[in-house]
Structures are given as C-alpha cells and as structure tokens.
Design a protein around this ligand. Sequence first.
Ligand code: ADP
Length: 289
Amino acid sequence: MNKAIQNALESMGDSSSIQKSKSISGGDINDALYIQTKEEEYFVKVNQQVPEHFFRVEAKGLSLIRDTKAIRVPEVYYYDEPRENEQAVLIMEWIKGQKEKDTEEQLGRGVAKMHQAYGEQFGFEEDTFIGSLPQPNQFVSDWTTYYHDYRLVPQFNMAAERGELPLERKTRLKKVMERLPQWLNHDVKPSLLHGDLWGGNWMSGPNGEPVLIDPSVFYGDHAFELAFTEVFGGYSEAFYRAYEEELSLPENYEDIKPLYQLYYLLAHLNLFGEAYAGSVDRILKRYVG
Ligand code: ADP
C-alpha cells in the first residue's frame, strides 16, 4: 500500500489495517481509490503532479457548499499540501448509493438553494482550477468584468499560447469579449456556484440523496452554472423543473447561455484540443457573424 496514504490514514487516527483497496475510474486528473480499513470505507485521491493547494482548494470548496446546508457533499477527512513533486493525498467519505425517483428533483432544488447563498462580490478569494487548468481569481464588484477578465481572458491567452487561435477564431473571440456588456445586461447576484457541474460531478448517496463532488467554487451568475449543465447533458427535465421552482433564471437565459458555455468549451479546447474547436466557432459566429 502507498506509504503516503498509510501515513495520512494514521494521522487521521485510523491505524487499523487496510483490508481492501481498488482503483476507481472516472476522474480526469487524479488516481482515485476505494480503501477499506477495519474501521471505515474511504474515497482517496492521490496525485504525483498535483499543483500546490490543489486538494486544499477542493476541500475548501466542499466546505463552503456544505455550510449552505443546501445539498450534501462528502465529508473531507484529510488533505495535504505537499511541496512540488511530492505525492498529494485527499481522503474523504466514501459515497455509495443509488439514484431514486426523486434524486434529480432533489438535485435541482439543492443546487438552486446553494445558488441562494450569496457572496458580496463576484469571484473568489484564491485561485482554483478548472480540470487541471489554473483558474485565476479575484473579487470583483461587476459580474461582466469578472467574466471577461478572470474567465475568458485566461482561456484566450492559454488558447493563443497553445496555437488554438487561428486568426479568424481569434478575431471573433476578441469581438465577443469586447461586446460582452451588450448581451450580459441582466441583474446578477453573486451566487455560490459549484463551478464545474458537469453530469459526472454529482452522485447519489445511500438514501438516493444527491451529493456534489469535485467543485471549483466561486461566486457568480447562477445562470452560468445552469448553462454548463447543458453543455454535456446528464440532467433530466425533473432537475430543471425543480431548479426553476426554487430559483428563476434570467429572462434572457436562452440568449446568453452560449456565451457562458463558451468558457467551458474554451477550457476544453485548451485541455483536449481541436475536437472542441467546432463548438467554440459556432458560438462565436452566432454572436459576431
Ligand atoms: P478527479 O478530481 O480526478 O476528476 P473525481 O472527484 O471526479 O476525480 O472522482 C473520480 C470518480 O470517483 C468520480 O467520477 C466518482 O465516480 C468517484 N467518486 C468521487 N468522489 C467519490 C466519493 N466520495 N465516494 C465514492 N466515489 C467517489
């Protein structure tokens, strides 16, 4: 057994022997494991290449979501902040359950309640990650400025560096970024957002209750989070119905949705390359021809 995990378990106060351990698939970034000791079952992530603070900000995000009491997240038992090139470990509650008839309805309601936990400004107090990409942050009083400066600009720069911005795409993207205030003109409050709510980042707990995992939290437009749920799907009608019963979306939601999806598609372009270029270009053309 990995020494770092063993040490982590001991420092948590579980020195009982590990009885079972198996790899879990599904994560993009870390090695994930199921570990069973004599006392408890755990979900463990380990990563050799992890940037500093990676697991600490994940734990912090989970804790902020937990504090809203809106929706369940796994308990975090241990994380460390290793120096560069050391293996990092995150240990949390093992979640196991099955989706029930009303799980997605609860999910919709829970996410909407979480979105009603408001911050004072937009953004976050420290840098986070989107997948393995750095997500710089700052608190900003204006949402559109935050979305432009801290969401789109970093992705634009990364894409330019990676050679993913041929001239036409670059020109269109610049135009869209310059003209954001023209479209994003609705009232926005700084909602606590999960920040990476694709369909793989929620699970069902033992009573069929939804559990959010792997957040990249910040305070922003709740419509931004909803727009992301629609990029890859994985959410049912019941989810959206329950969400909107609890919290309504802006009237211009359908018009601004692709502008919000653009951020995630640019991040995917930066993470996975050209496969996402077509979706990025379609959005850009829709707004600036
Ligand atoms: P990564 O940070 O590498 O993307 P995830 O947090 O997405 O990893 O976790 C990888 C997979 O492990 C998820 O898709 C999910 O199936 C499973 N998983 C995540 N958290 C738990 C947990 N607390 N209990 C059980 N399984 C989990």
